[in-house]
Design a protein around this ligand. Sequence first.
Ligand SMILES: Cc1ncc(COP(=O)(O)O)c(C=O)c1O
Length: 355
Amino acid sequence: MTETISFPVTRTNKTKIQDVDFENLKFGATFSDHMFVVDYKDGKWGQGEILPYDKWSFDPSMAALHYGQAIFEGQKAYRTSDGGVQIFRPLANLARFNQSAVRMSMPEISEELFVGGMTQLIQIDQDWVPKKEGSSLYIRPFMVATDEFLGVRTAEEYRFAIICSPVGQYYSEPIKVKVEKEFSRVAEGGIGNAKAAGNYAASLYPTKLAQKAGFHQLLWTDAATHSYFEESGTMNVMFLIGNTLVTPSIGSTILKGVTRDSVLTLARERGVTVEERKVSVFEIIEALKSGKLIEAFGAGTAATIAPIAMIQEDGVDYHLPPIEQRPFAAAILKDLNDIRTGKAPDRFGWMMKIV
Ligand SMILES: Cc1ncc(COP(=O)(O)O)c(C=O)c1O
């Protein structure tokens, strides 16, 4: 168990846990009893504390609401087969959070506040980590600018907080995706590789149109030419062509997924060749037509591994082989789940045991 840094705790006198249906969890709709909060002022972070989960009040001029200095992370804690609890790769999420902070002109945060706050919070709310297979506790660290000021400038005051939500499976079936060639979510030199709230806002309208047309998600392409794949919704995207796993390389337009890195590591362990490079839409459609594309899937914290059933490009539907004929993604998903739940050795040092 990790040594816990002790932040002051105010416990709730009214747990909500008895109202939760752990058999039917809706993503991001239920929150655990407590939250971690710390404020940044006068050039430094203050005292972190654990409080009952509750509403906040804020000034209508709060900077984040107007100019979008808002970043977040998404990660998970898992129930192990021996009844314990462990967090998946918290230091990777901390590193990405601080990269996002730098790009968004926000203050970086220490491991003590980010990982220490998360650890103590989940130890207190450990009963909220679901026991059902395939379920987990989603952890949402985030930071917002809190200046009460309407001038456009880097804010001087911030709040960092962590909230937790028990979640089940994200997609219940293999997904249908559309290659997006009209709208862009991010562009070269922008903030696509930061986990910034505005990136998600930019994705909502095109995603809504696609969902109305019957797709689960979009496959985003580069803003300049719309001919290279970037990512899909809140997932990185991967293609198995023969025995080679191909995925778009990370630049300024793609989020450096923790799941992506983990899947690539597990693929290499299985002897699969991994290529991180530019992946053209043309190449993938040709591979689909010739039957060389064996599997395609999204990889991300919320969905874990989401197999792609169909890709639509320019109005033409391309179907992938049925899920039963796709052993690779299933094997990687099992490897990941076994490490997370302690059924397999943690051979890459990914897990932080906290209970
Ligand atoms: C835009 C985007 N891409 C990729 C990912 C996958 O990243 P991770 O595996 O760290 O969850 C996410 C989710 O966090 C995301 O929001």
